[in-house]
Design a protein around this ligand. Structure first.
Ligand SMILES: C[S@@+](CC[C@H](N)C(=O)[O-])C[C@H]1O[C@@H](n2cnc3c(N)ncnc32)[C@H](O)[C@@H]1O
Length: 254
């Protein structure tokens, strides 16, 4: 049994939302620093913050959390410490928290954070919509792909649904008159009227989403996932994009 198994068995950790696991990963470092502060009264604040970050990042690796949690855990407490040293007005922390809450707090539940499709992905999608057809972006974020598609394909009908209020507002303002942007959940969205359904989410919802797509999408329509496959489902085509994140688009004809 490894030392991380002793701290918390990985099988148990995998049942937690990653954000909760990432939070728990900070507790052993905090306990260690509390102990060290007792035996080393001169322990510098920066060293304590760095130690907590290192332990939290190490646990993110050991617990096989998605890769970005390593970097978030490594930086979170040191950045907090730096912010406290700079004696920023508490209002900045509140503003930062509100901004995060409005764009990404739902990610704790949905396990889908905000990151953006490249213009290359949008251009490929634009070329795959049939003449006069329609595309829906499930979890449309800030509306970037829809905005680009609407410029490239004025003949098509575009729709998006977004759960995070601030993202929705940005997409809505950006696409007024060009796409229907709804504030709500993709799980309440009827997929039967669209020729192309596009998703760029995370591994977490893909199995359930595939079941929904199979039940609702019309024969001959196209399901496109950016980067995330569906476990156990084969796609008709995989296209590597030459964009910054080297993303790939997965296509499946229904
Ligand atoms: C990775 S971003 C992709 C944004 C956009 N589609 C793009 O490609 O640029 C995923 C978005 O899906 C949204 N989202 C996650 N779960 C959702 C749900 N159940 N219903 C609606 N939107 C959701 C998130 O808030 C986030 O803005």
């Amino acid at each position: 049994m490894s030392s991380t198994d002793v701290l918390l068995p990985p099988a148990l950790i995998s049942r937690f939302p990653p954000a909760l696991a990432a939070f728990l990963a900070h507790l052993p470092g905090l306990a260690l620093v509390a102990f060290l502060a007792g035996v080393l009264p001169g322990l510098a604040g920066w060293a304590a913050a760095l130690l907590i970050g290192l332990v939290a990042a190490g646990l993110a690796v050991a617990w096989r959390l998605p890769i970005w949690w390593r970097y978030i855990n490594l930086a979170f407490v040191p950045l907090l410490w730096l912010g406290l040293q700079a004696e920023f007005d508490a209002g900045w922390f509140l503003a930062g928290f509100l901004l995060l809450a409005l764009t990404s707090l739902g990610a704790v539940v949905t396990r889908v954070p905000l990151y953006l499709s490249s213009p290359e992905a949008a251009a490929v999608l634009a070329a795959r919509i049939p003449q006069g057809g329609s595309l829906c972006d499930l979890g449309c974020g800030l509306g970037g792909p829809l905005a680009r598609i609407s410029r490239l394909r004025p003949d098509v009908t575009l729709a998006g649904v977004e759960a995070a209020p601030l993202n929705w507002l940005v997409a809505r303002l950006r696409l007024t008159g060009r796409a229907q942007i709804r504030l709500g959940s993709l799980w309440d969205t009827d997929l039967s009227g669209h020729d192309v359904v596009y998703v760029y989410l995370s591994p977490a919802p893909m199995k359930r989403l595939w079941d929904k797509a199979r039940a609702e999408m019309k024969p001959g329509s196209l399901f496109v996932s950016n980067s995330f496959p569906v476990p156990g489902v084969s796609f008709d085509e995989e296209l590597e994009l030459h964009d910054r994140s080297k993303a790939r688009l997965l296509f499946r004809r229904m």
